[in-house]
Design a protein around this ligand. Structure first.
Ligand code: GL7
Length: 823
């Protein structure tokens, strides 16, 4: 591969080779020697050494991609929730043993260095983690592709608890340096904002030009995205905002030094911090700046840097598909129109024909409040030319609609990209649907509901545009790395091909009936629990009994996900024991683990966190429970903790109200790690249950059409309270101040909200949930049958590999081809 004399060869893949390279990095890179080096010095030197092993592959991938001119996928996403990089890089380069031994020979413990890595938390939850899984699969499958996003200086906040209440701390993840990024300030791109537009005549045609008010620079930072042992390394390019030199100089020349420095800060604010709202955007100006900033940089980058200089943009659809990860990057659509029409002088229709082929849109939600809308006032102020372009797109679309529906003006107005109430605003999902070549939902049920409800008019007008691609997760990170014990067991049974061909897990099915295999499977689960016990003790000072059922609910805190339903189960058990209705000896020992961040401005979510901790404090300290019921709520749930929690879990809680969770991806991670699911008929739960079988899944709760009916008929939560004694007791207990030192006011908002509004039908599903939990207890009592079900969950969940998701995107949306690297 090192055919080029100007390329330094990959360091030797041996312990000595690694040690030499590591010491060189420590001495020349960190400027220190082994005796004086801090843990961070050693971590940085090691990480840089590891990346050297991937470098030749990365350069070769780039070179080949340039030569082949194959169609690429550009995955545009405001979030990439990457998780720690080291182990993934070691796995991809097959270096773990070499590094461990090499470091040990120098008296260094790899485990200690691992802990020095701060995970890049550049995402909120499922949507951002999905993007990270997808780029992993694309690299592993040799698909020419690039990820584009934002290099937030501060990722998702660090959650701490003070007296049980969430307090946010900034996530200064770059403080000690990040060895995984390659900044390229010399390739910075200029991005304009504000100003006004002008219209002029040219050859008898009216043309437009944008006279911006201010601009910033986008500096690219490249990250390696290594494929799994396939010699390929793709690129993730994240943009960081800087002040432009012109901007600076002007003000400096005017003699205002302080003002010039302020301008710098103003520009840099754009990529300063990730907005911490998950599924509920706030419509803040800075967020729109972020969105335009990163897509403007990315389009420019692809057209001017990635494509050859003389490239005929009429052929753009043959070279690229921009996948829009939710509506966050949708402003890329008018941006491409602007580049073609204003900057290259194309006719409108010509530009529109090309643009429509270059984008595809993934919708990730069903919540109406999550559908992004930008007020015309704000958009016009920040991006005046884009607003004009959006109006013009809408005009054309309205004309088409009026032709198709001459007698249905109501429908035509309903479908307008521009909403009129409560204020004039651009509906980004509609814009994406009109302009995109395809629109997909993220699970079968979700895609169906998109067609039937959220985007119904559009699916009638564009029946062929709508498709489904069920989400997936990367088996490299979430099985192979997170669960080494299970991985070894699987490999010893069926060989190691499953890591890149997860359907092969099916071959495990017969082993569910093999007592020896089940025994080994249980041993793995137990070892994972012991590992978790250590992590929680060390990280959070939390004590967990490994001999209890580990019942886990980890995901963002949101009312629709219904953490309160889980909590009502805990409170009900507590009440039953305290009131003497049930003997503690008859209760299955359980640890209820929660992990959840609440958006800082989401009051009900923060109240719920307070309540979980309050119930936990009471339950954990009540001697009457004899340690048989424990609540464990480690703060700051993140990818790193997920990798320890999920492999240890027995029971996976996926209890959103049917019709609200678009897909979920945690649900897949648990099933693949041998936890059984208690879940509603929602999102990808539906497909999990179909695949693993009803006997191996605890289904409960209302179905989506039933929910719709109840809501339609006028839902009255208090009726459930009045009719259900144990529900009444549980709610009364919370209201009584039992968990808040006798203070009835503390959790009053939660109780009264449940009784009066209960938007997500917690009370309606309460009894079904309690009954399902009784079935869980019963099933868990038969250890062998439980293990059998757990094995079947693993064996039948291969479908949820993100490699399969990528194949579906390729077949149904992108029509690109894998390109194996030259070996
Ligand atoms: C989400 C959905 O809520 C979640 O169900 C889905 O699995 C995920 C990835 O498709 O996307 N949509 C969304 O806005 N967030 C999600 O996690 C934040």
């Amino acid at each position: 591969m090192t055919d080029n004399k100007t390329l330094i060869a990959t360091p030797e893949h041996t312990v000595d080779g690694f040690v030499r390279e590591f010491l060189r990095e420590l001495n020349f890179g960190q400027g220190t020697d082994l005796a004086r080096a801090s843990v961070n010095d050693k971590y940085l030197a090691m990480a840089r050494t590891v990346r050297h092993y991937l470098m030749v592959r990365w350069l070769a991938t780039l070179k080949r991609q340039g030569e082949l001119q194959a169609k690429s996928v550009a995955y545009l996403s405001a979030e990439f929730l990457l998780g720690r990089q080291l182990d993934n890089a070691l796995l991809a380069a097959d270096l773990d043993e070499v590094v461990e031994e090499g470091l040990a020979s120098l008296g260094i413990d790899l485990a200690e260095l691992r802990e020095a890595e701060v995970e890049p938390g550049l995402g909120n939850g499922g949507l951002g983690r999905l993007a990270a899984c997808f780029i992993d699969s694309l690299a592993t499958m040799n698909v020419p592709s690039i990820g584009y996003g934002i290099r937030y200086e501060y990722g998702i906040f660090r959650q701490t608890f003070v007296d049980g209440w969430q307090v946010e701390k900034p996530d200064n993840w770059l403080a000690l340096g990040s060895p995984w990024e390659f900044p390229h300030p010399e390739s910075a791109v200029t991005v304009d904002f504000g100003g006004h537009t002008e219209h002029y005549e040219q050859d008898g045609v009216t043309r437009s030009r944008w006279v911006p008010g201010w601009s910033v620079l986008g500096v690219p930072y490249n990250y390696m995205v290594p494929g799994y042992e396939n010699g390929r390394v793709n690129t993730l390019r994240l943009w960081s905002a800087r002040a432009t030199r012109a901007f600076d100089l002007e003000i400096f020349n005017a003699g205002d030094y302080a003002q010039a420095v302020r301008a710098q800060t103003f520009a840099e604010n754009i990529s300063k911090v990730l907005y911490p709202e998950d599924s509920t955007p706030q419509g803040k100006e800075l967020r729109l700046q972020q969105q335009y900033f990163f897509v403007a940089c990315s389009l420019r980058d692809f057209i001017e840097q990635v494509l050859p200089e003389d490239f005929d943009l009429h052929k753009l659809p043959d070279r690229i598909i921009f996948q829009l990860n939710d509506t966050h990057p949708v402003i890329a659509i008018p941006e491409l129109m602007r580049l073609l029409v204003d900057e290259r002088g194309w006719d409108w229709d010509e530009a529109w024909a090309v643009t429509q082929k270059c984008f595809a849109y993934t919708c990730h939600t069903l919540l109406p409040e999550a559908l992004e809308v930008w007020s015309v006032e704000l958009l016009g102020k920040l991006l005046p030319r884009h607003l004009e372009i959006i109006y013009r797109i809408n005009e054309g679309f309205m004309a088409e609609l009026r032709e198709a529906y001459p007698d249905d003006e109501l429908r035509v107005r309903r479908m307008s990209i521009i909403a009129e109430y409560p204020e004039r605003a651009v509906r980004m999902a509609y814009l994406a649907t009109v302009a995109g070549s395809k629109v997909n939902g993220v699970a079968a049920l979700h895609s169906q509901l998109l067609k039937d409800k959220v985007l119904r008019d559009f699916s009638e007008f564009f029946p062929d545009k709508f498709t489904n691609v069920t989400n997936g997760i990367t088996p490299r990170r979430f099985v192979r790395l997170a669960n080494p014990g299970l991985s070894e067991l699987i490999t010893s049974a069926i060989g190691d091909g499953w890591v890149t061909d997860l359907d092969r897990l099916k071959e495990l099915e017969p082993l569910a009936d093999d007592a020896g295999f089940r025994e080994a499977f249980r041993a793995v689960k137990r070892a994972n629990k012991l590992r978790l016990v250590d992590v929680l003790a060390e990280r959070d000072g939390i004590r967990v009994d490994p001999d209890t059922m580990l019942d886990v609910m980890v995901k963002r805190l949101h009312e629709y996900k219904r953490q309160t339903l889980k909590l009502l189960h805990v409170v009900t058990l507590y009440d039953q024991v305290k009131s003497g209705a049930v003997r503690i000896e008859d209760i299955t020992p359980r640890t209820f683990a929660f992990g959840a961040k609440a958006a800082p401005g989401y009051r009900m979510a923060k109240q719920t966190i307070g309540l979980i901790n309050a119930v936990g404090r009471t339950v954990n300290n009540d001697p009457a429970l004899q340690g048989r019921l424990t609540v464990a709520f480690p703060a700051n749930y993140n990818v790193t903790l997920a990798e320890k929690l999920i492999p240890a879990a027995d029971l996976s809680e996926q209890i959103s109200l049917a019709g609200k969770e678009a897909s979920g991806t945690g649900n897949m991670k648990f099933a693949l790690n041998g936890a059984l699911t208690i879940g509603t008929d929602d999102g990808a739960n539906v497909e999990i249950r179909e695949l693993v079988g009803d006997d191996n899944f605890f289904l409960f709760g209302l179905l989506e059409p039933e929910v719709a009916q109840i809501v339609e008929a006028g839902y009255r939560p208090s009726a459930y309270y009045e009719e259900n004694r144990s529900l009444r007791h549980a709610l009364d207990l919370i209201a009584s101040g039992e968990f808040s030192g006798g203070d009835r006011a503390t959790f009053e908002p939660i109780v009264s909200n449940l009784l009066s509004e209960d938007r997500f039908l917690v009370l309606a599903d309460y009894q079904a949930y309690i009954d399902a939990q009784a079935r869980v207890d019963e099933a868990y009592a038969d250890t062998d049958a439980w293990t059998r079900s757990a094995v079947l969950n693993v064996a039948r969940s291969g479908f949820f590999s993100s490699d399969r998701s990528m194949r579906d995107y390729i077949d149904r949306i992108w029509h690109t081809y894998p390109v194996p690297p030259e070996r």
